[in-house]
Design a protein around this ligand. Structure first.
Ligand code: NDP
Ligand code: GUA
Length: 482
């Protein structure tokens, strides 16, 4: 059995030192599958956050000016260290978050891939020499690290969401103060340990656990923090955007979603079912790009429903740490209660439970993968993010109706469609108001592409070349008198 003991770090990293909270207070971290206490982490607040910000500011004086080759080498070493420790890191992730091991391994691998991507991409972060209006001058456009970056990350991808923020920040020469979700702090603290091992200078990577209100407020009030990058709920994201105004920080916001998954009658149904299972049930439905609403064209509705029901019934629910398990527990009891509320609401409005529908016999926060047919726009999940293993099936007649229904939400993160008609695919690209569009695929996240939402799903991109630009300030210099 793989042990993750080496990475179970019960202290915070501030200015190159492993420390506890000033108050000595700690917070228990529990395994959502068993409710057992895995360990504790410091309950830090404003004071420790202020010191972390000063450490990051001081470290930026050198790191922000460091050689590109040094930053690339550190990132390459960090990438290698992640992959060398993929097994213990994956087991740690499953223990604190609950997801099946195969998904946890994938998350460590994609986290490492983001680090490698930015080690490559920073070498191409070119400036410009712009044609000047007169011959006596030259106009230069150059890029520079923004400075101290604060990263606030969620519990659903405790490792890869940090990777998407640390990678471009460290590549650019920024220094970081990170605050992981209280439910899943250990994967982030493991990143601090790896950063220390590969030789990041003190103060470059600081990671704090504790009160989100206190840490969040200290970050947002500090004029020294020049950028905040956040992944989490739309509600908290909006509050951070408001708070950022006082010191005019750059913000990147990766917020909630309400993904439509449209199956047209010309679709390859095998591919649509495979895509549906990934897009709906990955991480037990707890990703911001998970399908919230299935729209199925009337003529294939019954066949799609029958096959989705069979595939859903086959899912292996159990402890994520057991090989072969496909669905772990939900992250906590409020998540279970939310799914129950949405099911009750749908049933009270005429929805039919086709599969599952209740807590799983395993107990705790395990929930049966569920399907509800006869979904309508009056049901809460038409407009609310489910964040759980519940498939809501709507029926539609034609393309325009499907597109209008898909866009009828304030969210705009991911949308999926299955069709063999490539002209339709281009129409969907134009008309769907979403930042990420998967045609004939239920899994589209990749380091090479810009991930991010439209409308109230967020601001900025993570991944792709666009994911680096948010960490760079652009300066223009006019050299005159030539
Ligand atoms: N886009 C996505 O991927 C995610 C979406 N969600 C959505 O949000 C719902 C609620 O999940 P939840 O975990 O409560 O999400 P939150 O938005 O509350 O948490 C995300 C991160 O923000 C931190 N945070 C919370 N409040 C503040 C604050 N006032 N200032 C600064 N940081 C703060 C949290 O810290 P702490 O853990 O200490 O509270 C955590 O690190 C989910 O059911 C889902 O719908 C949730 C997670 C990810
Ligand atoms: O849920 C999120 O916030 C990110 C999803 C990343 C992925 O698709 O792997």
């Amino acid at each position: 059995m793989t042990t993750f003991k080496k990475f179970l770090v019960e202290a915070n990293m501030i200015d190159g030192a492993w420390v506890g909270a000033d108050s000595g207070e700690t917070i228990e971290v529990r395994n959502p599958a068993t409710d057992e206490v895995i360990g504790t982490v410091p309950n830090c607040g404003a004071g420790e956050t202020g010191r972390a910000i000063i450490a990051a500011k001081n470290a930026f004086a050198d790191f922000g000016q460091s050689d590109l080759s040094q930053r690339v080498k550190l990132l390459q070493d960090l990438h290698d260290a992640l992959l060398d420790n993929q097994e213990p890191l994956a087991h740690l992730l499953t223990a604190e978050q609950g997801k099946p091991l195969f998904e946890a391994r994938g998350e460590i691998a994609i986290g490492a891939a983001y680090i490698r991507w930015y080690a490559e991409e920073i070498r191409r972060a070119k400036g410009e020499i712009v044609p000047a209006p007169t011959n006596d001058r030259r106009l230069l456009v150059t890029h520079h690290p923004v400075g101290v970056v604060a990263a606030i990350t969620p519990w659903n991808f405790p490792s890869s969401m940090l990777a998407r923020k640390l990678g471009p920040a460290l590549a650019a020469g920024c220094t970081v103060v990170a605050k992981p979700a209280t439910l899943t702090p250990y994967s982030a603290l493991a990143w601090a340990k790896l950063a220390e091992e590969v030789g990041y200078p003190k103060g470059v990577v600081n990671i704090l656990t504790g009160s989100s209100r206190e840490i969040g407020a200290a970050i947002m009030q500090s004029p020294d923090v020049r950028k905040v990058t956040f992944t989490g709920s739309t509600e908290v994201g909006k509050s951070l955007i408001r708070q950022s105004a006082d010191t005019v920080k750059k913000v990147s916001m990766e917020l909630g979603g309400n993904a439509p998954f449209i199956v047209f009658d010309d679709a390859d149904i095998d591919a649509a079912i495979e895509g549906a299972m990934i897009a709906k049930y990955r991480n037990m439905g707890q990703t911001c790009v998970c399908t919230n609403r299935f729209y199925v064209q009337a003529s294939i509705h019954d066949e799609f429903l029958r096959r989705l029901q069979a595939a859903t019934a086959d899912l292996n629910v159990g402890y994520g740490s057991t090989e072969g398990v496909q669905q772990g527990p939900l992250v906590n009891m409020p998540a279970v209660e939310k799914v129950e509320e949405l099911i009750d609401d749908a049933v009270s409005k005429g929805g039919k439970i086709e599969q599952g529908g209740k807590r799983h016999p395993k107990g705790g926060t395990f929930f049966e993968p569920t399907i509800i047919s006869g979904a309508t726009s009056e049901m809460r999940f038409a407009t609310e993010e489910i964040f759980g293993p519940l498939s809501a099936i709507f029926k539609f007649e034609d393309e325009d109706e499907a597109i209008d229904a898909a866009n009828a939400t304030e969210y705009g993160l991911a949308a999926y469609a299955f069709t063999k008609d490539m002209a339709r695919a281009f129409r969907l690209n134009t008309k769907l108001q979403y930042g990420l569009i998967g045609i004939n695929s239920g899994l589209i996240t990749t380091v090479e592409a810009p991930f991010g939402g439209l409308k109230e799903s967020g601001l900025g991109k993570e991944g792709g070349s666009q994911g680096l630009s948010d960490y760079l300030d652009t300066k223009y210099m006019c050299l005159a008198g030539l």
